[in-house]
Design a protein around this ligand. Structure first.
Ligand SMILES: [Fe+2]
Ligand SMILES: [Fe+2]
Length: 284
């Protein structure tokens, strides 16, 4: 458990993931999670407050420049996963899954349902972008539901009231429906708030088929894949690919709680799978 600070109000990075999972628990009325108690989840509410206040258009451009050149060295998929695992070494081993365990539970659940091999692989690597935390990024620049910057905020984004503190909310050019974008310009031309999705997408881009890349890049884009927001920026092709993002989401949210995966037993299968798509080391 790290020390909670103003910059990092979550006790664990995964508190955000757990919150999202509970928000979409089956049967939970939309209303219920809308008011979803800043009170019951003070750390999470505070997390969204700093996220919404600080994810500006300029911030996103700055982080893209900083990271998307992939100049942080070469690592294999396993090396990146081991590195990410150091993030939670200090958490309670009895109650918390390690990062690798969450990745394997996701990929194993996909595998059990007979989905394509590249989708299993997407499950295995989808959160490796969280290594951003280990490069010193605050929680609000690593996790959180993503949303477009440079145009009006959808009211389908959780805690929309916190955007009032974002400097972009005072820039009229950024607050029209389309903002700096053209109608149906395609998500590839839209800047989303910065986080672990875009980073792992750029890392994996040369190697995986398109639907897998959509899963990586948009798995935290809940306003769009869960609420249907921002269709006016999407192409028909984006919408088609979002069927895959939606197919992926339950494995991310609800594969927790199953038995802890046995890495040693599973490793040969994943060694083969990784080698099928990736060279030994890739740029991060
Ligand atoms: Fe994620
Ligand atoms: Fe995840």
């Amino acid at each position: 458990m790290h020390t909670v600070t103003a910059e990092n109000p979550l006790q664990h990075l995964d508190d955000w993931d757990d919150y999202v999972a509970s928000r979409y628990k089956e049967g939970k009325a939309e209303e219920e999670f809308r008011n979803y108690d800043a009170e019951a989840n003070p750390g999470v509410a505070e997390f969204y407050r700093v996220n919404h206040a600080n994810q500006t258009f300029d911030f996103v451009l700055e982080k893209r420049k900083e990271y998307l050149g992939l100049t942080r060295g070469k690592k294999s998929i396993w090396e990146a996963a081991d590195y990410l695992n150091t993030l939670v070494d200090d958490s309670d081993p009895d109650t918390d899954l390690t990062q690798i365990e969450h990745l394997l539970q996701t990929s194993e659940a996909i595998r059990k349902d007979g989905h394509p091999r590249w989708m299993i692989l997407a499950g295995l690597i989808h959160d490796l972008g969280k290594t951003l935390c280990l490069y010193g990024e605050p929680q609000w620049a690593v996790v959180g539901d993503t949303f477009p910057v440079g145009c009006a905020y959808s009211d389908q984004i959780v805690f929309p009231e916190y955007f009032a503190a974002n400097p972009d909310s005072k820039v009229p050019e950024y607050q029209t429906k389309y903002g700096i974008y053209k109608p149906n310009c395609g998500l590839d031309n839209v800047y989303l708030s910065w986080g672990h999705d875009e980073y792992i997408y750029q890392v994996a881009k040369p190697y995986l088929p398109e639907p897998a890349l959509y899963m990586l890049r948009y798995h935290s884009f809940y306003p769009a894949h869960k609420h249907g927001a921002y269709k006016h920026l999407m192409t028909a092709h984006d919408e088609e690919m979002f069927d895959w993002v939606r197919k992926f989401n339950p494995y991310d949210l609800y594969s927790k709680g199953a038995a802890k995966p046995n890495l040693k037993e599973l490793k040969p299968f994943y060694d083969d799978l990784i080698a099928e798509y990736f060279p030994e080391k890739i740029d991060w």
